[in-house]
Design a binder for this molecule. Structure first.
Ligand code: ADP
Length: 422
């Protein structure tokens, strides 16, 4: 690639030489090319000019009255203002020592006297180019540094903003949890009294003999029971939230647990024409866990499978032993032939109060097809599984009520308890 010619008129040269003939020859020759030329007859004057005018390059004679060229160069290089100006020595001495010395004190090059004009021009041109390149590199570097700093500032600002937003969210979440706990506690006592009276009412003969009153008493009891379940779920979530869930690990036979759950659910399964199959659970090892809490997990997940599978469908609970990092685990998968879950909701369904159903379904049956809940079941299930040191997640091809692609809930539990109080 051809380098474009330099526009010499952009540059100022300082020539430091005590020989007037030499000075005028160089002056005429170089100014003929368009350079702006400054001259100095000795080192001291040269230093002053360099500091004032900041030339682009200095041609410096070695033999000078007062301080010599080497000393002048040392001082130029010691001064912050002039240290970057390239210096070319002019030496009448053919001695190698002087050339080396000149380079040692910081000169970029030298020319020997008598001066060959074309050579001087060629060297000046080369060093001005180098200087320009160095300068553009330095500018680019400075720009990159500046951009980096700006970027860092922005990242720091955004991080601080995010932290503030997160803290605010945490505060709100804590307030919400506190409120839920408070309300649930406050509701518990009157509700128990309410339920007690409703049950008494159901025993009263006049009520039993009156179909309308009997139905009213029954409705009050079932709905009070439902309300009690909801309060229980809310208290459970707030316990998980505040990490108050204390487990009592003991040997748990998951096969027995799921057979018992199956038997409990039999009336519902029959009513909804659903089949609940248990596969490969007998072979599972006994694990260490909290029976009551784990039962809640499976009751929730299987309960959901019932709710979100149309009549006539199949729910399969299968299990297998796995090894992970040299330790035994069991993985139980609850699959259904239900309406499935949209991929965007697979994680969200585990968050508090998240339901994909319509809000107006919320008061309907716990087992009816698509009967809605409060959106706490899976939050509780995840809290319990994680408190055991395990994992729970959902998989599905998608949500489609006509083709029913189904969902699979995976529950991975360590055989040896790894929970909070392990
Ligand atoms: P809910 O009380 O609403 O059932 P959950 O926390 O148990 O609350 O479930 C949250 C949401 O996840 C449900 O509203 C439902 O949309 C979706 N979901 C859970 N299980 C299934 C399933 N087996 N098939 C399809 N959707 C499901």
């Amino acid at each position: 690639m051809q380098t474009p010619p330099l526009d010499y008129s952009r540059y100022t040269l300082l020539i430091v030489d005590d020989n007037p003939t030499n000075l005028s020859v160089l002056f005429d020759y170089l100014s003929g090319y368009g350079f702006r030329i400054l001259v100095a007859p000795d080192g001291e004057t040269g230093l002053r000019r360099a500091k004032q005018a900041h030339p682009d390059l200095i041609l410096l004679d070695v033999m000078l009255p007062g301080i010599n060229g080497f000393e002048t160069c040392v001082r130029l290089k010691a001064d912050q203002d002039t240290r970057d100006i390239p210096v070319i020595f002019m030496t009448a001495l053919a001695s190698t020592d002087d050339k080396v010395r000149g380079l040692e004190v910081g000169a970029v090059d030298y020319v020997t006297k008598p001066i060959q004009q074309a050579e001087v021009l060629a060297r000046i041109t080369t060093h001005l180019r180098i200087r320009d390149l160095t300068q553009s590199l330095r500018d680019a570097n400075a720009q990159i540094l500046r951009m980096n700093r700006e970027l860092e500032d922005k990242v720091r600002e955004r991080t601080a903003e995010l932290r503030r937003a997160y803290e605010q969210l945490e505060r709100l979440d804590r307030k919400k949890s506190d409120l839920i706990t408070l309300i649930s506690h406050e509701l518990r006592t009157p509700l128990t009294i309410f339920m007690g009276y409703a049950q008494i009412l159901q025993q009263v003969e006049e009520v039993q003999n009156n179909r309308f009153l009997a139905e009213v008493a029954e409705k009050i009891t079932t709905n009070a029971q439902r309300l009690q379940d909801l309060i229980q779920a809310m208290l459970e979530v707030s316990r998980i939230d505040q990490e108050f869930l204390r487990l009592s690990p003991a040997p748990v036979n998951l096969h027995h647990m799921l057979v018992a759950l199956h038997d409990d659910l039999l009336p519902v399964l029959t009513q909804r024409h659903l089949v609940l199959r248990l596969e490969g659970l007998e072979a599972l090892p006994v694990i260490e866990g909290d029976y009551d809490e784990l039962l809640k997990v499976f009751a929730n997940v299987v309960g959901n499978a019932i709710k979100y599978t149309p009549d006539g469908g199949t729910i399969t609970v299968s299990g297998q032993e796995k090894e992970h990092e040299g330790e035994p685990w069991v993985e139980v998968v609850v699959s259904d032939t239900g309406i499935g879950i949209d991929p965007s909701s697979l994680e969200l369904i585990f968050t508090k109060f998240y339901t994909t159903g319509e809000i107006n379904l919320h008061s309907t049956s716990k087992t009816r097809f698509k009967g809605g809940g409060l959106g706490l079941g899976l939050t509780i299930a995840r809290g319990i599984v994680e408190a055991h040191g395990g994992r729970i997640w959902a998989e599905s091809q998608g949500y489609d009520e006509s083709t029913c692609p189904g969902s699979q809930f995976h529950i991975l539990l360590p055989v040896h308890f790894k929970g909070v109080n392990a």
